[in-house]
Design a protein around this ligand. Structure first.
Ligand code: G3I
Length: 458
């Protein structure tokens, strides 16, 4: 067993654990032994340590040996991207993605889904689309893929790299962006509806330095989404570092500021070019920054051996081409063993329920159902209004909120924020064709149970 300063110091700590109470603060017990793999070391503080995996390397026994031993989270490096999963429109192809997902799950590892909507690695048919057709195709892709993997994905990179580099702080121009600025929130809502149990992340690079315009722009978008109840649970910082783009001195500040918005943060594609002690020291800094932020829930490196990397010549990973541990590996393992406050998790307490109230729609009538995401201190409710056998020209839904308060709502007018609340259509969603549906939603504190929505045509 490798002894670290932590494990040596541990002996007296454990022996006197009952007495280690300072005022009201209980010092958390340290692990009895330093863990010897990255995944096990990360788990000591409730975090994960993952890697990107390529399906065509799963037959390489050195590769799978390291994968199986060291990592407890897996991201498909290319196999879940749009060109891989929907090579022809509405023809879905999951062979290579399934090989990775099944390998991971058979080994008890979790999976990050990468990625549902992106300007890059689009199949040819999508590259040639625009406007409403592209918007609908993108939403269909998000819905189909997230539904196919429903229940198997820990977190989805719902949208990837949607902001421009440089000082503009603007969105990146792309065919998706040209469908309208709301394409990102539309993608998140579709992903939530398809897989309500998965964490939904926005993922980007060059968002590590808190002072950069791109970081600030992503921050403002997440802040806006949280304030309007757009479903977002996490922000992924890719964190590809090299001499031109080094680990910034304010990296931990960036992680903490995103976390303060009420989202998890994850380091999603870490690699740091270099070698020896300089590289090891940078890996140590990044690992410790995550450990210092309670909502930094895990780290993923973008490949296993240096030779597996998209930047192989920069030797940016934790194992050399022969699969040997590098100094950078030891620094990450030691930092993880040094621990940190555990991440705040919401998924374990989140429940999703859907109830339908049938109030005899009849000609001109309507029904309403609610899908509720409830966590400890709050909830998001999505109400679906469905027209009966005749078209609607307007509707009112009544809900009962006995033990909660609405803090935000969207796509409906409302009469109040607690108790009996009447919701009525806004300009653009009053007309609903016979048998068709529209949705509105709200976010609140407290409990969203017992909403019991009923719908009346107006
Ligand atoms: O598999 C084909 C092979 O058959 C062909 O001979 C060869 C010829 O170019 O291409 C191979 O496909 C390449 C694929 O990687 C697999 O190696 C693609 O050309 C190449 O474009 C692709 O690059 C990937 C890149 O994303 C594409 O944008 C990298 O592997 C992958 O690591 C990289 O990952 C991205 C994240 O998704 C998002 N963030 C940045 C990160 C690094 O660029």
């Amino acid at each position: 067993m490798k002894l670290t300063s932590r494990s040596v110091a541990l002996v007296p700590l454990v022996a006197t654990a009952a007495a280690v109470v300072v005022g009201a603060t209980l010092i958390a017990p340290a692990p009895a032994n330093a863990a010897t793999t990255l995944g096990a070391a990360a788990q000591q503080s409730g975090r994960y340590f993952g890697t990107a995996v390529a399906a065509n390397k799963l037959s390489d026994s050195t590769y799978t040996g390291i994968l199986n031993r060291e990592f407890d989270m897996v991201t498909a490096e290319n196999e879940m991207k749009i060109d891989a999963t929907e090579p022809n429109q509405n023809q879905f192809s999951y062979g290579n993605a399934d090989r990775i997902v099944n390998h991971a799950r058979n080994q008890g590892k979790r999976v990050r889904g990468h990625t549902l909507a992106w300007h890059s690695q689009q199949p040819g048919w999508m590259q040639n689309m625009s406007g409403t057709a592209l918007r609908n195709a993108m939403l269909n892709h998000v819905t189909q893929v997230a539904t196919y993997y429903r229940g198997k994905i820990y977190a989805w990179d719902v949208v990837n790299e949607a902001f421009a580099d440089g000082s503009s702080g603007a969105r990146r121009d792309s065919n998706l962006q040209r469908t309208g600025n709301d394409w990102i929130e539309a993608a998140f809502r579709a992903a939530r509806a398809a897989d309500p149990g998965a964490k939904l992340c926005y993922n980007d690079y060059n968002t590590d330095d808190w002072t950069h315009a791109k970081t600030q722009a992503v921050y403002r978008m997440v802040q806006d989404f949280k304030s309007r109840g757009v479903p977002i649970d996490c922000v992924g910082l890719q964190s590809h570092f090299n001499p031109q783009s080094p680990v910034p001195s304010n990296y931990q500040t960036t992680l903490q500021n995103f976390a303060n918005l009420g989202v998890d943060v994850q380091i999603t594609e870490l690699d740091i070019e270099g070698s020896g002690s300089a590289q090891a020291s940078n890996y140590d800094r990044v690992t410790r920054a995550c450990l210092a932020v309670s909502r930094c829930t895990g780290i993923t490196v973008w490949g296993i051996r240096d030779t597996d990397s998209w930047r192989a010549s920069g030797t940016p990973l934790l194992f050399d081409g022969n699969g040997n541990k590098k100094a950078a590996y030891n620094s990450v393992l030691d930092a993880l063993n040094a621990g940190g406050p555990g991440p705040t998790t919401t998924t374990t307490t989140t429940t999703t329920t859907t109830t339908t109230t049938t109030n005899n729609p009849g000609p001109g009538g309507c029904t309403a159902s609610v899908s509720l995401n409830q966590w400890g201190e709050g909830f998001v409710a999505t109400i679906k209004v469905t027209a009966g056998s005749s078209a609607l020209r307007g509707w009112t839904v009544t809900t009962t909120l006995s033990n909660g308060t609405v803090t935000n709502s969207w796509s409906a007018n409302r009469s109040g924020n607690s108790g009996t609340i009447n919701w009525s259509n806004v300009d653009y969603n009053g007309s609903v064709a016979a048998g068709q549906s529209t949705e509105f939603g709200f976010q609140g504190t407290g409990s969203g149970s017992g909403l019991n929505p009923s719908c009346t045509a107006s």
